[in-house]
Design a protein around this ligand. Structure first.
Ligand code: FDA
Length: 303
């Protein structure tokens, strides 16, 4: 089932047509409060009273024209200004392919640097870089490595399912990185990724502890509460305080648990997506949990 959804996420015919179907548009609302930045900002404000901060990502990937990347970068610069204007503890998370990585890596690097600079000038927190499919891992890690020394507020997502991630953590630790650790959302071959849940979870715990013990800041990007509490307990036993890490979940998934963890004293942040190009991203959410398909099918019913 997971592989079918991930194939559907890549299929160009479906990418073009599914977003126009009314029931698909209605179903995606569970994971996305709306297509506009204002929708995402307004949703974030509903989390603030629960002690949950937010970060934002505009959906879209793999552009064909560099002018589109320039427009996305300009959009994010404006988004940072709007976050500041609302007095929010808000951050952004960007995809490098959306900033032109397939077309001009140097232009992408300049865009990321400019966004990190603006976030820092505004006194906002981390400027995050998402991690995409494994074809992009090395370029993404290298770009982070080159920018982090001059942009201390830059954070990078690493995927626990990749066999190379332990080495990437070791490689980045001298930079005192901010790393958002996730399990990984793409369909990767066994040569590059662990395929069993137990191996991915074991890697997740090992990499989380390596980041914390090595002096990095950690974003626990997972809805797996058991894993979060296991890492929280291991960190406490090692004398590592909760200011060194934060729990991060996607809008629409386990919000009650995120709020409960915030009440229990964890730092907690919700990642809110918005934008028109939600199709592949949405299919990856369905792939993570086939039970969500029941939810989609229910959207077809009038009640
Ligand atoms: P797992 O899939 O084991 O789920 C644990 C539990 O959470 C499940 O039992 C279920 O109850 C609940 N759950 C999980 N997913 C659900 C869903 N879709 N619907 C309903 N319930 C669900 N990936 C990537 O490759 N690059 C990236 O940059 C990012 N960025 C990112 C940021 C943040 C803040 C999060 C939370 C996740 C990502 N991801 C990501 C996605 C990540 O790789 C992974 O695919 C998902 O988080 C699902 O895995 P879990 O860690 O939640 O565990």
């Amino acid at each position: 089932m997971r592989r079918i959804f991930l194939w559907m996420a890549r299929n160009s015919f479906l990418r073009k047509h599914v977003p126009n179907l009314w029931f698909a548009r209605r179903a995606v609302r569970r994971f996305m409060p709306g297509e506009r930045l204002e929708d995402a900002l307004a949703a974030a404000e509903t989390f603030a009273p629960f002690g949950v901060t937010a970060y934002f990502t505009r959906l879209g990937e793999n552009l064909t024209d560099l002018a589109e990347a320039d427009a996305i970068a300009a959009h994010y610069l404006d988004a940072l200004d709007q976050i500041k204007a609302r007095g929010m503890d808000g951050e952004i998370s960007v995809k490098l392919t959306q900033l032109g990585l397939d077309l001009d890596a140097e232009a992408t690097r300049l865009h990321v640097g400019a966004l990190a600079k603006r976030a820092r000038e505004l006194g906002l927190g981390t400027m995050w870089i998402d991690m995409e499919g494994s074809d992009y891992t090395e370029t993404t890690v290298a770009l982070y490595e080159s920018l982090k020394p001059s942009h201390p507020n830059l954070g990078l997502c690493l995927q626990a399912y990749l066999r190379r991630t332990a080495a990437d953590v070791a490689r980045l630790l001298p930079l005192t990185p901010a790393i958002r650790l996730v399990k990984g959302a793409y369909d990767e071959p066994a040569e590059v990724a662990y395929r069993s849940g137990a191996e991915v979870d074991a890697g997740f715990v090992a990499q989380a502890m390596a980041i914390l013990s090595g002096g990095g800041m950690l974003g626990l990007g997972t809805h797996d509460v058991k894993l979060i509490e296991q890492i929280g307990a291991a960190a406490a036993a090692a004398g590592i305080g909760r200011e060194r890490y934060e729990v991060e979940m996607l809008y629409g998934i386990r919000a009650d648990e995120l709020k409960r963890l915030a009440r229990a004293g964890y730092r907690a942040r919700v990642l809110i997506a918005y934008g028109e190009f939600w199709y592949p991203w949405y299919l990856r959410r369905l792939a993570e949990r086939p039970a969500n398909v029941t939810f989609v099918l229910r959207q077809l019913l009038p009640w």
